[in-house]
Design a protein around this ligand. Structure first.
Ligand code: AGP
Length: 613
């Protein structure tokens, strides 16, 4: 996935684009570049490395002009070096492009262009697009028609932004499929384009979101939206009520640490407006739940990737236990190709922080094609997973910049708990008193999470003991098993330690052979109905000489006596335990990675949202 920013207006585009790119660096940070139009020419600075390196290039060799476009890249085709950095210029030097997505038929197009005498200067698929636009311009097409004709030739999902010296008063952008968002910001006598809201929110909160197969022709005082075959479209201007400051690190060392500590506030926001304390009920109007015929409803398929998938696994326990609705949790990249058995009597529920994850969006589309009701739980406002669903629950957690997801994991856990109670209420399964009991339990969560966060120093001390380990085995059972998987994912993705998770009951079927002094075991073992079973597994691990860390409920002396180290969490109900247990695991992973001197917010090879397959 990549970050794109564009500006058109009377100001110098360069500082606006550089600041915007910094706010999108979480989307990819292999290379970065910027291009502006000045005196009828295209001027470019670009190189491998981060935005800070691009800023140094621009400072050493200033670049001024407007309009302008910029790009920060997560490499798909072509290694991250200068020649493969975006923006890319056409063979006649009249058109410049930035691109998010993959040209699936780029080899045949590249061969065709080379046979026409076009010389390529990079290994990217993107370069085929900009050369083709210039070829169509030579055939006396205007820029809009040349872009449209090119998009008809390329396969795959794309988001592109194009400038040309032939029509310097325009920026043209187009979107095909799920290759990352394109949002247009409407200013006064100036306009903006970006992959995501934070890049332009300080300039305007009036936004227009491009859908697939749409093209925007942007001038400094005008936006024209069209379909890819040229039919004019009305556009809906949305006002984004997000605080620009919330997307800034503040005095935390990393966004991830800030976002871990934001979870009291973010969970409070997640609950905001969802509980009717007067009528003892859960209210989520954006879900359009009245479209569901509960007499015919056969089940819910939760689909997601990575951390979002772990949230779905916890949600299964909540929904099945409270609402008595069968729930299957599926990895989106598997679901989309399984020819899944879903129909109009099922709900496909997507969970996604970015709302732009290609596999998750494709799985939603697969469910929609088969007639299922499509719901989503999404954080990024205006993202496709939010806009394409029949009903959605906004996580309301605020922008999450750190690649390793934290507050956008606990937010859907609370959303799923709220949903479970709402579904049960709709089915008439709960008395007023029972609903009130759940509301009281849910309302305590932010404070309990705050108690876990207050214990950061104790967790940091334990992190210091394990920061040099090469392996870690996470174990959990029941509703806490997904927390073991989430804890392992956090550690592996930011510290690069080989961490894996296993259902504790499975250890005796092979993995227990792994355990020795070099394989610390972390057991998620709060006081709940799986406690005794977990205890025996942990004792077996201990007996084999492994060091044991236990996530334990306050006051659990057995755990304290058994473990080498304990990550304490406050006493809570069994459906709240997972939300609390993940907090010390987030903090543990964060401090181990920070102590190892790694780039916590932008781990190697990763991007915040995977908008390609
Ligand atoms: C989690 O820390 C990772 N960043 C990754 O697993 C992420 O959860 C996954 O890519 C799904 O992203 P989404 O929630 O934006 O769809």
């Amino acid at each position: 996935m990549c970050g794109i920013v564009g500006y058109i207006g009377d100001k110098d585009a360069t500082p606006i684009i550089l600041e915007g790119l910094k706010k999108l660096e979480y989307r990819g940070y292999d290379s970065a570049g910027i291009a502006v139009l000045k005196d009828g020419k295209i001027d470019i600075r670009r190189d491998s490395g981060k935005i800070s390196h691009l800023e140094a290039l621009v400072e050493a060799n200033p670049l001024k002009g407007s309009p302008g476009i910029g790009h920060t890249r997560w490499a798909t085709h072509g290694e991250p070096n200068e020649r493969n950095s975006h923006p890319h210029v056409g063979y006649k030097g009249q058109v410049v492009i930035v691109h998010n997505g993959i040209v699936e038929n780029y080899l045949e197009l590249r061969d065709e262009l080379i046979s026409e005498g076009i010389q390529f200067n990079s290994d990217t698929d993107t370069e085929t697009i900009v050369h083709m636009i210039e070829i169509y311009l030579e055939q006396e097409m205007d820029l809009e028609e040349a872009v449209r004709s090119t998009l008809k030739r390329i396969k795959g999902a794309h988001g592109i932004v194009v400038l040309s010296t032939k029509e310097p008063e325009k920026i043209i952008s187009a979107r095909i499929g799920n290759a990352g968002g394109v949002v247009i910001g409407l200013g006064e006598g100036e306009n903006y384009i970006a992959s995501d809201i934070p890049a332009i929110l300080e300039h305007t909160n009036r936004m227009v979101f491009l859908d697939s197969h749409q093209m925007a022709v942007l001038q400094k005082d005008k936006l024209v939206l069209k379909t890819l075959d040229g039919k004019p479209l009305d556009h809906k201007v949305e006002t984004i009520n997000l605080d620009p400051v919330s997307a800034v690190k503040g005095n935390y060392r990393h966004f991830m640490q800030k976002e871990i500590h934001e979870q009291v506030r973010s969970l409070t926001e997640t609950l905001a407006g969802r509980i009717d304390f007067n009528h003892h009920s859960i209210v989520i109007p954006t879900l359009n739940i009245d479209k569901i015929d509960f007499e015919k409803l056969k089940g819910i398929k939760i689909i997601a990737c990575g951390t979002a998938g772990h949230a779905g696994q916890v949600g299964k326990f909540m929904i099945e236990n409270i609402a008595k609705i069968p729930v299957e949790v599926d990895i989106a990249s598997e679901f989309r190709y399984r020819d899944p058995l879903v129909d109009e009597n099922q709900i496909v529920l997507a969970i996604s922080q970015s709302g732009e994850t290609a596999d998750t969006l494709a799985a939603m589309e697969e469910g929609r094609k088969k007639g299922a009701h499509i719901w989503s739980i999404v954080n990024a406002i205006g993202s496709q997973a939010m806009r394409l669903a029949e009903g959605f629950i906004s996580m309301q957690a605020g922008p999450e910049i750190g690649v390793a997801s934290t507050k956008a994991f606990t937010a859907p856990l609370v959303d799923l708990y709220l949903l479970a109670v709402l579904l049960a209420d709709k089915k008439g399964l709960l008395s007023d008193g029972e609903i009130w009991e759940h509301i009281v339990e849910i309302s305590k969560i932010p404070d309990l999470v705050g108690t876990c966060l207050d214990r950061e120093d104790q967790v940091r001390a334990i992190a210091g003991k394990y920061k040099d380990t090469e392996h870690m085995l996470y174990l959990g059972r029941g509703i806490n098993m997904p927390i073991a998987y989430e804890g392992a994912l956090k550690l592996k993705e930011i510290s690069y330690i080989h961490a894996e998770a296993y259902p504790a009951g499975e250890m005796k079927h092979g993995p227990i052979a792994l355990i020795d002094k070099a394989m610390p075991v972390l057991a998620v073992m709060p006081k709940d109905k799986w406690y005794e079973k977990m205890l025996s597994q942990v004792e077996q691990a201990k007996a084999r000489g492994g060091k044991v860390i236990i996530v334990a409920t306050d006051g659990d002396e057995q755990a304290a006596n058994l473990a080498d180290d304990v990550l304490w969490i406050p006493s809570a109900g069994w459906m709240v335990n997972p939300i609390l247990a993940v907090i010390p695991l987030q903090i543990l992973a964060y401090h181990i990675a920070a102590m190892r001197g790694l780039d916590v917010d932008q781990p190697r090879n990763l991007a915040k949202s995977v908008t390609v397959e």
